[in-house]
Every structure is written in C-alpha cells, then in structure tokens.
Design a protein around this ligand. Structure first.
Ligand code: IPM
Ligand code: MG
Length: 357
C-alpha cells in the first residue's frame, strides 16, 4: 500500500532546502519507491496565505499521513505577532497534538568534516551521540504560565516545569531501547540538586533501569552535562533529558559536529509515526541566496524512510549519496571553510547523481 508523506517547507531557507529533498524523493519514486507526498502550508508562510500558522487543512494532513517532513519555520517578520499566533507555537502545536513526545537528535561527525568542528579534531573524531529529548511536556507546556501585573503594578512573568511519572516513564523507555540498539550507555540529565521535578525524573528513570540490564545508566546535572559535552563529548552514547534542557544541549552537541547544517532529527509518537526536520532553524539571514546546506533536510528524509516507513533500502541509498558527495569534496558555505562552496541546488543535484551510481 502506498505510504503518504506530508511535506511542509515552511519559512526562511525552508523552501530552498525542501526543494532539494524533494528532488531526492522524486528520484526514489521514479525508481520504484511506493510513496506519495503532498505539500502543505505551515508557519509564517501559512500565516501570510491564510492568517494562521497552522491551518486546519495542514493539521488534518499531518494527522492522516504516515510521516511528516518539515523544513524550518519562523523569522523576524513574525516576531511581532501575538505569541499564540507565532510560527513557533504552530510547531509546538503539531508536536503536542500528534503526541510526538520522543525527539531524537543525533550528533554524528562525518570524518571528512572533522576540521569544521569548533573543538580539536582528537576530541571529536568518530563522535556519534544521540540526544533523546522529551518534546511534549516540561516547562514548554506547563500551566500556569503567563505575564501578570502584580498589586504593586509591577509585571511578573512565570512558567511551570512539570512532569508526571507517566511522561517521564515513556521517554525513559524510548531512550533505554535506543541505548540497547547502540552502545548500551544512557546518561540521564536533570537538575535534581535544585528542582523537585528533576528529583522525580531521576527516581523514575532509575526505577526503569531495572528492566534494561544491558544498559549502563548514569546521571548528570545539566550544568555539568553542558561542560562535559564541550570537554569530552565522546564519553556519551545516549543522553535522555527534559524538553528545555534538551533544547539547549542539542544545539551545543550539534555544533561539535562542525555544522548544524548537517544534522537531521526525528520526533516520534508511541507507534513510531513521526515528524522529521533538520536541527537547524529557518536562517532568515541567508534565506533566498541559494547558499543554504540542504543535507540536514535530505538526511531527515532518510531518517523518515527508515524509521516511519520501514524503507531502509531507500534510506541507505540516500545516506550513501550524501557520503559520496562529501568524500568528493562538495561543501556548502556553512562547512566550506576557505574552500569554494557549492550552491544549495548544486548540492541537491550532486546527491541525486551520486544515488544513481
Ligand atoms: C527546536 C527549536 C524550537 C524549540 C523552537 C523553534 C520553538 O529551537 O526545535 O529546538 O525550542 O523546541
Ligand atoms: Mg532549539
């Protein structure tokens, strides 16, 4: 049966990088892959066209399909909208409405790109770590939240960091299972020395560890984890953490690999349905110039085919194509250093050509 993908290019560099991922997807479909896709408006682009960043038709398509491929959303033009109308809220809305609680953010260093890392080559050689970020709870969604005016006439902003046992337990199981398939080490990151919510997090993760005797569990406070990530990142295999801590640590981990422009991510529900997107944002500063790196989006498509559509052969073909263009020396400007850089479209064309070999 034909599987269906909902494609949302979004804002900023989103349409440019998505065009290249769709070249790759169309190439696979022409070669026999039984998949169809439909493009939908999302984010600022949707707001411009319909007045809403998450139109009903887009949400319905996301609910109906087998997997979602997203480019990027947001931009300075939309920062002045009321908070609940902004693109970021639409993204959080899709995550929450589809219950995409398990966010996988790999940080993998391609040997060809070791010199692009901000750390010394020996600290990052062969780096391969996975951050499992809880995505539908914590302080991002906790109530009460708001900005109020106190009796004294002063404004006061507040949010709530909250996790129930079941929310902690399902993300912990997800992370333990990933650690089992990798190198068997899981580090849970919290702030249990200060926060009650973290105390419950640590207690729950520790209890669940008994069900995974092959996984070695450790714990770090988030401040120490941030330090360890830039001091000795290869000590990590899988990191599991809450929504806010994962947001911050995953950007740091991404930069260890040299370019955030290379990293895909997956956000999965309990059944394995997911939304796949590059870790980087919409980069409005370089939008429209044809220089953005499309590889993170192309690799997100590969993850989508592998994890949600069970099409590992097609995913392997994409991964091989990407490795080939890197070993051929092709670089977009984010990782080119002093070398000449290729354009977004030239990179996409090169991956399609390499996949055919
Ligand atoms: C991310 C982004 C989002 C987040 C923003 C755009 C809402 O930074 O996916 O990491 O904070 O989750
Ligand atoms: Mg982020």
């Amino acid at each position: 049966m034909t599987k269906h993908i909902t494609v949302m290019a979004g804002d900023g560099i989103g349409p440019e990088i998505m065009a290249e991922a769709l070249k790759v997807l169309n190439g696979l479909i022409d070669a026999g892959l039984d998949v169809s896709f439909e493009e939908h408006l999302f984010g600022g682009a949707a707001h411009d066209a319909t007045g809403s960043c998450l139109p009903d038709a887009t949400l319905a398509a996301c609910e109906k399909c087998d997997a979602i491929l997203l480019g990027a959303i947001g931009g300075p033009r939309y920062d002045s909208l009321p908070r609940e109308q902004r693109p970021e809220r639409a993204l959080l809305g899709v995550r929450s409405k589809l219950d995409l609680f398990s966010n996988l953010r790999p940080a993998l260093l391609y040997p060809e790109l070791a010199s692009a890392s901000s750390l010394k080559a020996e600290l990052v050689a062969d780096l391969d770590l996975m951050i499992v970020r809880e995505l539908t709870g914590g302080i991002y969604f906790g109530e009460p939240r708001g900005i109020e005016t106190t009796d004294g006439g002063e404004k006061r902003g507040f949010n709530t960091m909250t996790y129930s046992e079941s929310e902690i337990s399902r993300i912990a199981h997800s992370a333990f299972r990933i650690a089992e398939q990798r190198n068997g080490r899981l580090c849970s990151v919290d702030k249990a020395n200060v926060l009650e919510v973290s105390e419950l997090w640590r207690e729950t993760v520790t209890q669940i560890a008994a069900e995974y005797p092959d996984v070695e569990l450790s714990h770090l406070y988030v401040d120490n984890a941030a330090m360890q990530l830039v001091r000795a990142p290869k000590q990590f295999d899988v990191i599991v953490t809450s929504n806010l801590f994962g947001d911050i640590l995953s950007d740091a981990a991404a930069m260890l690999t040299g370019s955030i422009g290379m990293l895909p991510s997956a956000s999965l529900d309990a059944s394995g349905k997911g939304m796949y997107e590059p870790v980087h944002g919409s980069a409005p500063d370089i939008a429209g110039q044809g220089i953005a790196n499309p590889l993170a989006t192309i690799l997100s498509l590969s993850m989508l085919l592998r994890y949600s559509l069970d099409e590992s052969k097609a995913a392997d073909t994409i991964d091989r194509g990407v490795r080939q263009v890197l070993s051929d020396g092709l670089r977009c400007q984010d990782i080119s250093g002093d070398q000449p850089a290729v354009s977004t479209t030239a990179m996409g064309d090169a991956v399609v050509a390499a996949m055919a070999n």
